[in-house]
Write a protein that binds this ligand. Structure first.
Ligand code: 6R9
Length: 646
């Protein structure tokens, strides 16, 4: 590590930040030495109806797996995100909404947000939605998405957001898995000037969801849509019928707040379940410290509310802190590639949080589209979703941040609820490409494949030793799968699925997934999901999917396809299969490269050797390693001969 590679904390920032180096060290030590005392204290960041007397009760044992925080306390998340700010910040902007079209924007104060949320809570109640019911949201990035989330939280319903890019089938599967009785959607979504037929997709999905009997529709573009009488209602019509009086429901700290489906290495997506008390404490505290949020700051996270980043760092964390949070409907390159920076100038954004894939894409267009904007309001930059390569980090730092703004590279997962490894801007010297150090209460441990704990500088699999309040509580409806996925591999620890390197300064460098999960533009995709979509096509007999390095997306999707006997391998079929996967799962799962593979490399026991497929996809077939256990080694030569990524 050369000296130039260290970006020290700016002295001014160390003075004004919530934590400087000494604070971080002292608080971190306290947090891991006595977690119950530490979190007992910080639980007071939120308002409780009945204060907790118990802080932590956790066991990772197979027969007794349970995670409980603040479990005898009661509270309401919507109250914490809205009502408690009304007295001092009622007229402060809670949400700045920036539409897809630059001329389309609006703001909501905390008081206005309160009124909307109370009214929509009453709409939900009028539709028969009760505490504990699961409500699916399939929505564009409109203010109503945040309103719907908070209204669910207010009445104790459990929301499950399905990203608007998912297909009708994917939506239906998620509605059925959590037995949701209500879906909230919009006529259409609007992104980058293109429409997304959300209501039409919902109609298709609901054909196979007989128990989902209510569909609330937001009018976004005004297009004509299908209508099922008795099931479909307009958001604006129902809102006109209710009053704005809706006291928040008293929830136990361990009552469910939301379910969010995410991809794993095997089978169907998992419904990650988060609960109320620990989640909101953790989201609020990480938002405050990681983004060094101070009253009055304008904060913008460019994620979609369909992903966990949108949950914790557009809606719950910022609003719990009384922040001004910006919601953006559009995309980075519409109408021009300067859009992000123009929005920063227009709304005087101070803190900007985005994904490496966006940075890499914008970097390709050069410095000028960035330089021509001011960005002088920016103070801090953030990155999330995948490892940020040092080249993109430096460009983000020098060009976007004018070498003035620290970058917080935040590592975390849907399962973790909030950020676990990250710099704190006033406390952590930065190294481009490293997520740096653990947040308070997080005790990372590195293990080798045999579960042996590694000390000092090392490379291995990243596990977390103890629990933290924002941790997921179960896989919805499948507690056994929760155990198997996260606690069976290295008993007694949370297994993250990520590989990492720890350097001599104790900094973590996340190297990527060690399981069959790939990360495409920061979106998690299980290779098994894409494979099962492919084999569902009648011309496909077998498929194997791997990731390969992609300049913009981080990883691209590379599919090896064995066709059914007698089917001809044509270019048309290639296009047809790509389209098929798009339809089955959604655009984010579209294979980038499809290679016809008359045979796949298998062991004698019939297991596909993915290691080989990855190497060929990476165009690194010179280092295939041991192929002697293959049933038919000749398959490999054929694969290399016809490789797609040259
Ligand atoms: C928040 C989110 C989780 C996976 C995670 C890891 C990758 C996320 C990262 C990162 C390196 C970072 N990941 N942030 N890798 N550096 N700063 O993205 O959640 O969609 O569940 O994805 O994303 O591989 O395991 P999720």
């Amino acid at each position: 590590m050369t000296v130039e590679d260290l970006y020290p904390v700016p002295a001014e920032l160390a003075k004004s930040a919530w934590a400087d180096k000494a604070n971080y060290e002292a608080m971190y030590r306290a947090s891991v030495e006595d977690p119950a005392a530490f979190w007992g204290e910080h639980g007071k960041r939120v308002d409780w109806i009945k204060p907790y007397t118990q802080v932590k009760d956790v066991s990772y044992d197979k027969d007794d797996l349970h995670i409980r925080w603040y479990y005898d306390g009661t509270l309401n998340v919507s109250y914490n995100c809205i009502d408690r700010h009304l007295e001092t910040k009622g007229d402060r902007t809670a949400i700045i909404w920036e539409g897809d079209d630059p001329s389309d924007d609006k703001t909501l104060t905390y008081r206005e947000l309160h009124e909307e949320v109370c009214k929509f809570s009453n709409v939900l109640k009028a539709q028969g939605i009760k505490k504990g019911d699961r409500v699916t949201l399939y929505m564009p990035m409109v203010v109503e998405a945040a309103v719907a989330m908070l209204a669910c939280a207010r009445i104790g319903a459990v929301h499950s957001i399905v990203f608007g890019g998912f297909s009708p089938d994917a939506l239906a599967g998620r509605i059925r898995d959590c037995e949701s009785n209500c879906v909230i959607t919009a006529d259409e979504g609007l992104r980058g000037g293109k429409t997304i037929p959300l209501k039409e997709n919902t109609d298709k999905a609901l054909e196979s969801c007989p128990d989902c009997t209510t569909c609330i529709v937001i009018r976004r573009t005004g297009v004509e849509t299908g209508w099922v009488a008795g099931r479909d209602v307009w958001y604006h019509e129902e809102m006109a019928k209710v009053d704005a009086d809706c006291p928040p429901e008293e929830m136990n700290a361990e009552d469910p707040l939301f379910i969010l489906y995410t991809s794993g290495s095997t089978g169907q997506p998992k419904g990650v379940l988060h609960t109320t008390g620990g989640y909101i404490v953790y989201a609020a505290m990480t938002h405050r410290y990681v983004f060094d949020y101070h009253d009055g700051d304008i904060y913008w996270c460019t994620a979609d509310v369909g992903w966990v980043t949108g949950h914790s760092y557009i809606v719950y964390g910022p609003l719990a802190n009384g922040a001004t949070t910006l919601m953006f409907e559009g995309v980075p390159n519409y109408p021009t590639v300067s859009r992000f920076w123009e929005v920063c100038d227009k709304h005087q954004v101070n803190i900007f949080y985005t994904a490496p894939t966006a940075i890499r894409a914008l970097m390709r267009d050069g410095d000028e589209p960035v330089r021509k904007t001011s960005r002088s309001s920016l103070r801090l930059l953030g990155s999330v979703g995948e490892p940020i390569n040092p080249e993109a980090w430096r460009w983000y730092h020098e060009v976007v941040g004018d070498s003035r703004c620290p970058i917080v590279d935040t590592w975390w997962q849907t399962e973790t609820g909030g950020i676990l490894i990250t710099p704190l801007p006033g406390a952590t010297d930065l190294k481009p490409g490293s997520a740096t150090r653990p947040f308070f209460g997080i005790d990372p441990i590195m293990v080798d494949n045999d579960g042996k704990v590694l000390e000092g500088a090392c490379e291995g699999v990243l596990c977390i030793k103890d629990s933290w309040p924002g941790q997921m509580r179960t896989v919805y409806g499948d507690h056994e799968r929760f155990y198997q996925t996260y606690f069976a591999t290295f008993p007694g620890r949370y297994f993250t699925g990520d590989g990492a390197r720890r350097d001599e300064d104790g900094y973590y460098w996340i190297t990527g997934r060690v399981d069959d999960v790939i990360n495409v533009s920061g979106h998690r995709m299980g290779t098994a999901e894409v494979e099962s979509a492919l084999v569902a096509h009648d011309k496909v007999s077998e498929a194997a999917v791997v990731g390969y390095p992609h300049d913009i997306k981080g990883q691209g999707i590379y599919a090896y396809v064995t066709l059914t006997a007698g089917v001809e391998s044509t270019e048309e079929l290639r296009t047809e299969l790509a389209k098929w996967v798009r339809q089955e799962i959604g655009p984010i799962a579209t294979p980038d490269l499809i290679q016809w593979a008359p045979g796949l490399p298998k062991t004698r026991s019939g297991k596909i050797m993915r290691r080989i497929l990855r190497k060929v996809a990476e165009n690194e077939y010179g280092s295939l390693g041991d192929t002697s256990t293959l049933a038919d080694p000749a398959v490999v030569d054929e694969l290399i001969e016809n490789r797609m990524n040259r």
